[in-house]
Design a protein around this ligand. Structure first.
Ligand code: HEM
Ligand code: HEM
Length: 565
């Protein structure tokens, strides 16, 4: 056994051992009090009080009625409201900027995806311009969704959560603004470069490496305020979302730097590195940011702590232990040593541990309260996203098995799975989070609640058509490719109706994104009816007072004021 094999096997055994040590330490209570950490996201007496700034006044009433009618008239502690208002204010500029840029990328990325989709069943459409050919517009779409929409939305949501979770104003927001600016210049330059035909030629790593430097430096700068704020934090326990955000912000620049370092990897080694990165960017960057948001917003909207705090920590650590070696499952059947592939398949199955931990936790937090989904726009998107996280991951683990991958690899089935993960899970969670966050950032309610519903139903319907159509089409395509009696071209033509269905589904999704973007910018311009009930943490007259630091004596007396959000 050579050194590389021993090291890989060693790390695998170590991760399994680490999991057992972790479980044993948790059983002995070495991780502190789970219960105390779970209620950390609530202020004193706030458990039971619902919160969804995206809901209308009537919806909020119904939501509170459905969860805990005893809190219908509850008032918040002025000191706590003041702390939270200052935390929100400290991040609002940088968060507003990041989310605005993310929404612009979402629209452009969707249009690029739609063009790529149509080309797969109408290949002669729009072929005069080189940048519109499939070979360029497809990577433009992928990189815009990954580094434009998903990353910027994830960063914006993370930067908003950090001061709230640490009950401390965001320190060094200017570093994040600079980082976000570098990142945006990088995504713009990378998109133009791909359009002009300059690409590094590796999937997920197409931007020329000189441009990647902007994303590495930008990514590191964006994470900087989190470390500074952590140093000044006013809380004893770190809520599980902080673990996920800190890990994601630390992992991304390292992954991106190693993967893009020029002249380091060649041939098969380069392909292995490509997919080590390709899956780690999903599992160690997008997934932690998406789960951090779900772990905050689901309990917060419901006014109910998560079901098991210890289970959430088990989920985090087992993700950290097992995810980093799954990338090899993208190369099943490739010219890669089979032990490497086998380890990646075993790790892919081990991923069931964190996935089930998250699924149990989120299901039992919402269980019995599914009616709340009727009244909370935020919850509707995020609970759907959390469910689709479980679905994508279980599907992924099965897809990593050699027997299944033999059928699905090189087919549209993989593309359906890719959208289940990055769209069904991650993007849905981001939509819900943005609906919650923006009223707090802008101090203005979403002007037209019907547009939130239109967005939800358009993207849900569109995505269902996209996912179901392509999964069936891809599976039949795989079976046809494996059948020696079927000519190869038949395996291509049989997919055409499914590809057309994808264009229909994709058009609905794109329309949903246009509605979302229009609503987002209407809010940005404070267009539409003025309703401030839910957007403010405290009543308009109480807000300025609450925003002022409350003298310790007054706070000690338990002064109350402000109203439930
Ligand atoms: C935020 C929304 C979206 C996200 C996060 C997303 C994500 C992705 C990802 C990760 C891939 C790479 C898949 C793979 O290589 O297996 C991809 C490819 C693709 N996406 Fe999207 N997508 C989004 C929206 C759309 C929309 C609205 C359409 C319109 C139909 C679309 C059409 C496509 C097409 C045609 C491909 C190329 C598939 C291929 O190479 O066979 N996507 N997208
Ligand atoms: C336990 C968790 C998961 C496992 C084991 C897993 C496994 C897999 C496998 C086996 C493939 C297909 C490889 C191939 O045949 O080429 C794949 C592709 C993909 N998965 Fe997952 N998956 C998981 C979760 C997720 C999640 C949560 C996301 C999104 C956040 C995601 C996004 C993707 C994407 C975008 C691709 C397409 C990559 C490409 O070809 O460009 N997966 N996954």
């Amino acid at each position: 056994m050579d050194l590389t094999v021993s090291v890989l096997l060693g790390t695998f055994i170590l991760s399994v051992l680490a999991l057992f040590v972790f479980i044993a330490s948790m059983a002995k209570g070495l991780f502190g009090s789970g219960g105390a950490a779970a209620v950390q996201i609530f202020d004193k007496g706030e458990v039971g009080a619902v919160e969804d700034p995206a809901a209308t006044k009537a919806q909020r009433g119904e939501l509170q009625q459905a969860m805990d009618p005893a809190h219908l008239d509850s008032r918040r502690n002025a000191f706590e409201v003041g702390t939270r208002l200052r935390a929100d204010q400290s991040s609002s500029l940088v968060v507003g900027v990041c989310l605005t840029i993310a929404v612009v990328w979402l629209v452009l990325a969707s249009l690029a995806g739609l063009v790529a989709s149509i080309k797969l069943h109408a290949p002669d459409w729009w072929v005069d311009q080189a940048w519109l050919t499939f070979g360029r517009i497809r990577p433009i779409h992928l990189n815009l969704v990954a580094y434009g929409w998903c990353s910027m939305a994830g960063i914006g949501v993370a930067l908003w959560l950090i001061p709230r979770l640490l009950k401390t104003e965001l320190v060094g927001a200017k570093y994040a603004l600079l980082g976000g600016a570098l990142w945006t210049v990088g995504v713009t330059a990378g998109t133009v470069a791909i359009g002009l035909g300059h690409s590094d030629g590796l999937e997920w790593l197409e931007y020329p490496w000189t441009i990647d430097i902007l994303l590495v430096v930008g990514g590191a700068l964006v994470g900087f305020p989190m470390w500074l704020t952590l140093l000044r934090r006013k809380v004893a326990h770190l809520y599980v979302s902080v673990w996920y955000i800190a890990a994601g912000l630390l992992w991304f620049p390292i992954l991106f730097l190693v993967a893009n370092w020029p002249g380091l990897h060649f041939g098969v080694q380069q392909a292995t590195m490509n997919w080590w990165y390709g899956h780690n960017v999903l599992g160690l960057w997008f997934t932690p940011l998406g789960l951090a948001a779900a772990y905050y917003f689901i309990p917060k909207v419901l006014g109910k702590p998560i079901y098991s705090y210890n289970l959430s920590l088990l989920g985090f650590w087992s993700l950290a232990f097992f995810y980093s070696q799954v990338g090899g499952h993208h190369l099943i059947g490739g010219p890669v040593p089979s032990w490497l592939i086998t380890i990646s398949i075993v790790q892919s199955m081990m991923m069931v541990v964190p996935v089930v931990a998250v699924a149990i936790n989120q299901h039992f937090t919402v269980a019995g309260n599914f009616r709340a989904l009727l009244y909370s726009p935020t919850l509707r998107f995020i609970v759907l996203g959390a469910m689709l996280y479980t679905a994508a991951s279980v599907q992924g683990s099965l897809q990593a098995l050699r027997s299944v991958n033999t059928v699905t690899h090189f087919t549209h089935y993989t593309v359906a799975h890719a959208h289940l993960g990055l769209y069904g899970f991650f993007s849905m969670v981001m939509f819900g989070s943005i609906y919650f966050i923006m009223p707090r950032v802008m101090k203005w309610e979403w002007p037209y609640p019907w547009m939130i519903s239109a967005h939800f139903w358009l993207v849900l319907g569109g995505f269902a058509v996209y996912f179901i159509g392509l999964s069936f089409g891809g599976w039949y395509q795989g079976l046809a490719m494996l059948d020696k009696d079927i000519p190869f071209m038949d395996s291509v033509t049989l997919t055409i109706p499914y590809l057309q269905a994808r264009s229909v589904g994709g058009s609905l999704m794109t329309l949903g994104h246009l509605v979302f973007a229009a609503h987002f910018f209407m809010m940005g311009w404070k267009f539409g009816p003025r309703r401030l009930g839910a957007a403010l943490l405290a009543a308009p007259d109480a807000a300025p007072a609450a925003a002022r630091p409350v003298p310790a004596k007054e706070a000690a007396k338990g002064a109350t004021g402000g109203m439930a959000a």
